[in-house]
Design a protein around this ligand. Structure first.
Ligand code: TRP
Length: 451
């Protein structure tokens, strides 16, 4: 590499950029619906434990690998050990699977923003509004195309910096607004039951599937186990403390996810009159619940407009960064120009995104183990590929390059306080747990056995 790698300016630059990639639909759309579905408090508890142990160790490791090698994932593993080059490739496939369906959800957000702007706010609070919308053949695809088109334009013209600037202003506003809506939500009549469900773990709901769902969500939300943090690490300056940065990113990302849950789950209880079935709505939960919240609150339409606009921005910064990743892999591997690579990725996304969208309507008869097409892509990336990449990363660090290599890299910037914890997790706890969870939950999904 002849060209000097540009680096983030200072500490806060790194944390903001990494947090910008981390915070997105994963926090606001995905976390609440999983928490609702997998037992509320127990999911939250498992998630938090995983975040401070496993998520922490893996994020430190990925950033350190990136900073040590100065390369993105696909080459970083190869540089450290020839035999592990394939791991970079597997990791690189994940963003390509996520991007198309991420953009379908991004399209839903755009549709809701439009509905609120155009005075349809009250109508969108009706029970059947969302289902009617996603089961239409063309309209959701139209919104998906707008979203992915916008993403592609930004990537094509390389104007991410502009978007990033705007989102740096919007992100704090999103946090404040989420807090405000969460406070309102928990005070709605009947919401207290939901607050209890969300905050008090019910240990009888604990299962391997809960842990796998929480783990997949952790990877997804923090953009782990797919090479992203390795790339970010490669731009990080040596004097910045990796450990501290990881703490900050985790607090920020988990904080927003927690608040999003508080905004949505109690409201589900309030509006469903305690009907448990309402909790299992899956990907549609946010879209069904929030319009009802906005509809019941003073100035709800205006708040709804601002909220969906902010979520759209958070989603766009994530989709742009996802597409950037995929485009740069295509460019590196095939040696193509930016424009050709962009077009290829765009077409690929359309090919996977359209079936994902149709899977809620005319193609709803296509299911794999009960999962719709979109859920299936989500399951394959989050619950299968990411745990595999995470497992192999642990083996790679624990037994091939050895934890010491990572610890030394981290200690260049500052003393690594949690290094014993780090070593134990990477070498023993994480690999054993991932394998057990993966096997048992695959059996579970296939309906063969349940533990
Ligand atoms: N973490 C993002 C979110 O919570 C989603 C995501 C996964 C992502 N992988 C990524 C974003 C890679 C940017 C780059 O929504």
């Amino acid at each position: 590499m002849t060209e000097k790698r540009s680096s983030f300016t200072g500490k806060i630059g790194f944390v903001l950029a990494a947090a910008g990639s981390a915070v997105g639909l994963g926090n606001i759309w995905r976390f609440p619906y999983l928490a609702a579905k997998y037992g509320g408090g127990i999911f939250l508890l498992v998630y938090l434990i995983l975040a401070v142990t496993f998520g922490f160790a893996l994020m430190c490791a990925e950033i350190a690998i990136g900073r040590k090698t100065g390369q993105s994932a696909i080459n970083a593993f190869k540089t450290l050990d020839k035999r592990f080059g394939f791991l970079g490739v597997v990791a690189a496939i994940i963003p390509a699977i996520i991007l198309p369906y991420y953009s379908v959800i991004g399209g839903w957000v755009s549709k809701y923003l439009f509905a609120f702007v155009s005075g349809d706010a009250a109508a969108s609070a009706a029970d059947s509004y969302f289902t009617d919308f996603i089961s239409k053949p063309f309209e959701p695809i139209g919104w998906f195309l707008i979203f992915i088109g916008l993403t592609a334009l930004v990537v094509l013209f390389g104007v991410e910096k502009g978007i990033e600037k705007v989102s740096k202003v919007m992100m704090p506003v999103l946090v404040v607004l989420t807090i405000g809506i969460a406070v309102y939500s928990v005070t709605i009549d009947g919401a207290m039951e939901g607050v209890k469900y969300y905050l008090m773990p019910d240990f009888s709901r604990f299962s391997a599937t809960t842990v796998l769902a929480a783990m997949g969500q952790l990877f997804y939300s923090m953009s782990l186990a797919m090479g992203i943090m390795i790339t970010y690490g490669s731009y990080m300056k040596k004097e910045v403390s990796i450990e501290k940065s990881v703490h900050q990113i985790e607090i920020f990302d988990t904080g927003i996810a927690f608040l999003a849950g508080l905004m949505i789950i109690p409201a589900v209880f309030a509006f469903s009159g305690g009907d448990e079935a309402a909790l299992g709505k899956g990907p549609s939960l946010m879209f069904i619940t929030l319009p009802k919240v906005f509809n019941s609150m003073p100035a709800g339409t205006v708040i709804g407009v601002v909220f969906f606009l902010l979520v759209l921005f958070a989603a766009l910064t994530s989709s742009i960064s996802l597409m950037e990743t995929v485009v740069s892999i295509v460019r590196d591997k095939l040696g193509w120009g930016r424009k050709t690579a962009c077009i290829l990725v765009f077409v690929f996304c359309i090919m996977l995104g359209i079936p994902s969208s149709l899977g809620f309507g005319v193609w709803d008869f296509i299911t794999v183990a009960g999962l719709s097409i979109l859920d299936m892509f989500d399951f394959v990336s989050n619950s299968v590929l990411m745990p595999i990449v995470a497992f192999l990363t642990c083996i790679f660090i624990g037994y091939v390059i050895k934890p010491k290599a990572i610890i030394e890299e981290i200690e260049i910037g500052a003393p690594f306080k949690a290094k014993t914890l780090f070593t134990v997790i990477i070498k023993y706890v994480a690999p054993v747990c991932i394998i057990l969870i993966l096997i048992s939950s695959i059996l579970d999904v296939l309906g063969i056995a349940k533990i």
